[in-house]
Design a protein around this ligand. Structure first.
Ligand SMILES: NC(=O)c1ccc[n+]([C@@H]2O[C@H](COP(=O)([O-])OP(=O)(O)OC[C@H]3O[C@@H](n4cnc5c(N)ncnc54)[C@H](O)[C@@H]3O)[C@@H](O)[C@H]2O)c1
Length: 352
């Protein structure tokens, strides 16, 4: 423990909390000093499987009486993000909160205001901004090495999640369905790559778990951008994220389910692997395992813990950026309900 320079309190040890725990194990000088989870016994069991020793508390309030930490990492269901993040800031911790920042714009505003008021770092888990193959696409758009980006098609397809605590993901009032829980990753990446769209037009399918499968066109003056996101595939089908980015010079295409995930095909050529940087594991990594499978999760948490350590305000996946993406998702929701294109509030704010 002597080289520990940063301490983490991890709230929520379900699917994503366990993913984050695996990353923290691999970051040198970082230690999980407590876990908060309503399902205490299950969380204790998970920690044992992960080979991490830390006390488990049933609530953040209880944890704060007994442990002190630099960072609160919020991996609880989305409808609890605002409450826990505000408590974290008020206890003097920097906060990393999973995506989406919150369900409503008003909740997100409160979180950003609290972090600003206290001068505490805040980052949201928009991990696709940190995903190596998506970083490669951003690099190619910015360098213009292959000419202008003509069109971009993004997909995020999955079976219906059956794993979440008390099935919160299938309760629209807690997750806002696949539209917000899954598809927001691509909406956020579109913002990261091209800025706010002028307007959006969405169509989709809805059932008792909310908008479960969505197709959106993001309107930009010079680039055609489409995204499909949803969990209407059979459960056994698994998960896949892809993009096809057509440039003047050829196509860059990514699929999480192919052995060669990223390929470039020039106008006169055949598909060939496209090189991209893999996350670097800290020299002080405390565990083995396949770090590349942690991809953007490793990169985003390394970035955040470095920012906090060095007293820097994160510039990527900030609260404000997450709010912009949430506003566009709400424009998509309006479009789904009205059947019409909807102007994006963020775009109007940027133009004003
Ligand atoms: N970035 C990504 O790729 C990604 C992927 C999946 C989930 N997520 C996000 O991560 C968050 C968690 O999702 P998940 O898939 O891990 O869900 P999950 O149901 O697997 O885990 C949630 C955990 O939080 C605990 N919990 C619930 N309410 C709590 C409370 N008030 N205090 C303490 N613990 C509480 C539950 O017992 C459970 O262990 C969600 O916001 C989700 O959108 C992000």
């Amino acid at each position: 423990m002597s080289n520990v320079t940063q301490t983490i309190l991890l709230a929520g040890l379900g699917f994503m909390g366990k993913m984050h725990a695996q990353v923290y194990k691999r970051l040198s000088g970082v230690s999980i000093v407590g876990v908060v989870d309503e399902r205490v016994d299950r969380a204790r069991e998970s920690l044992k499987e992960l080979g991490i020793s830390a006390p488990v508390f049933a609530s953040l309030e209880e944890a704060l009486k007994q442990v002190k930490a630099d960072i609160l990492d919020v991996c609880v269901p989305t409808d609890r993000h605002t409450h826990l993040s505000l408590e974290g800031f008020r206890a003097g911790m920097a906060v990393f909160c999973e995506k989406p920042i919150a369900l409503s714009v008003e909740q997100a505003d409160l979180m950003i205001a609290e972090s600003d008021k206290r001068g505490l770092a805040f980052q949201v888990g928009h991990c696709i901004r940190f995903w190596p193959e998506y970083q490669a696409l951003k690099g190619l758009v910015e360098s213009r090495e292959k000419g202008t980006l003509l069109s971009l098609n993004l997909t995020r397809r999955a079976g219906r999640p059956a794993y979440s605590a008390n099935d919160w993901l299938l309760d629209e009032s807690r997750s806002m369905g696949a539209l917000v829980d899954l598809h927001i990753h691509d909406t956020d990446f579109v913002h990261h790559l091209l800025g706010a769209p002028e307007s959006v037009r969405s169509v989709g399918l809805r059932d008792k778990a909310g908008w479960s499968h969505v197709f959106t066109q993001y309107h930009f003056p010079d680039t055609l951008v489409l995204a499909e996101g949803g969990w209407d595939y059979p459960t056994g089908w698994g998960f896949e994220m892809t993009y096809q980015a057509i440039f003047e010079g050829g196509v860059l295409d990514y699929s999480s389910s192919l052995p060669t995930t990223l390929r470039w095909t020039s106008r006169a050529g055949n598909p060939e692997p496209f090189p991209f940087p893999q996350p670097e594991v800290d020299s002080g990594a405390s565990a083995g395992g396949n770090i590349s499978s942690l991809g953007g999760y490793y990169n985003e948490l390394k970035y955040f813990t470095d920012c906090v350590k060095e007293g820097r305000k994160p510039q990527v996946a900030t609260g404000e950026q997450a709010l912009h993406s949430l506003k566009t998702i709400h424009a998509e929701l309006k479009s789904l309900e009205s059947g019409k294109s909807t102007e994006c509030e963020t775009s109007r704010e940027v133009r004003a």
